[in-house]
Design a protein around this ligand. Structure first.
Ligand SMILES: [Mg+2]
Length: 212
C-alpha cells in the first residue's frame, strides 16, 4: 500500500558502503607512512566544505590533503584509486530495501550530495541508476530539494547524516525523517538527542516502516 508520495534515500553510508571504500582508499595510502587517524583527518579535509552538508571529495583532493600532512605521495596512486570506483560497494541489504520502499512510496529517489562526476561513478558501479525512479545529484543543501516539492506531498527521507537530518526535520516538520546510524561520525547519544527515529540497519528501518 502506498503511504508516501516521494521517498529520498541517501547514497554514502546509507546504501553504499562508503566506510569500506574509505578503508580501501586508506590501504593505498598506507605504504606512504600515514596512520589511520591522520588519514581520516585528511579524508575529511578533502571531502567537507565549510557549509555543513556540502561535499567536494575527489581523489586529487585526497592526494593533496595527505601531502599537506607531510607525506610524499606518488602520482601513480591515482590510477589505483580510480579503479576502486569500479567496485560494487552496494550494502548487502540495500537492494531488497529499495524494492520494499517501492511498494510503499509512489516515487523513490536517490539523493546524493558531492562532486557530480565522482558520485555518478559510484551510482553506476552499484547499478543504482537502474534501481531508483530517479537520481538527483547536488553539491549540497538537501533541504532545498525538499523545499521545492514539500507543499502537499507526503515525504519520507532516509539518510545517515544526522546533521542534515536535523536541518530537514527543523525546516519541514511534516517530513518523516529516519536516520541510519553512522558510528564513524556520531554516537548513540547524538542520535537520541536528535529526537529523530534512528536505526542500526536498513532492515531495522524496513521493520519499523512495516509496523507503522
Ligand atoms: Mg550519507
Amino acid at each position: 500500500m502506498i503511504k508516501y508520495d516521494v521517498c529520498f534515500v541517501d547514497l554514502d553510508d546509507t546504501i553504499y558502503d562508503t566506510r569500506k571504500l574509505k578503508e580501501d582508499i586508506y590501504k593505498l595510502f598506507q605504504p606512504f607512512g600515514i596512520n589511520h587517524e591522520q588519514f581520516i583527518k585528511a579524508y575529511r579535509r578533502a571531502a567537507e566544505l565549510p557549509t555543513p552538508g556540502y561535499f567536494h571529495y575527489t581523489f586529487e583532493k585526497q592526494i593533496e590533503a595527505v601531502r599537506e600532512f607531510g607525506y610524499e605521495v606518488s602520482e601513480n596512486i591515482l590510477n589505483d584509486l580510480n579503479n576502486l570506483l569500479n567496485n560494487d560497494y552496494l550494502l548487502s541489504d540495500a537492494g531488497g530495501f529499495i524494492r520494499y520502499l517501492k511498494t510503499i512510496c509512489a516515487k523513490v529517489i536517490l539523493l546524493t550530495a558531492g562532486t557530480i562526476e565522482f558520485q555518478k561513478r559510484k551510482v553506476e558501479a552499484i547499478g543504482a541508476d537502474k534501481m531508483f525512479d530517479e537520481v538527483v545529484q547536488i553539491a549540497g543543501g538537501k533541504d532545498q530539494v525538499i523545499a521545492s516539492i514539500v507543499k502537499n506531498e507526503k515525504i519520507l527521507f532516509i539518510n545517515d547524516n544526522l546533521e542534515e537530518n536535523m536541518v530537514i526535520k527543523n525546516h519541514f516538520a511534516g517530513v518523516d525523517v529516519l536516520t541510519l546510524y553512522n558510528y564513524s561520525y556520531w554516537n548513540e547519544e547524538d542520535c537520541e538527542r536528535s529526537k529523530i527515529p534512528w536505526f542500526k540497519s536498513l532492515n531495522d528501518i524496513k521493520n519499523y516502516l512495516q509496523s507503522k
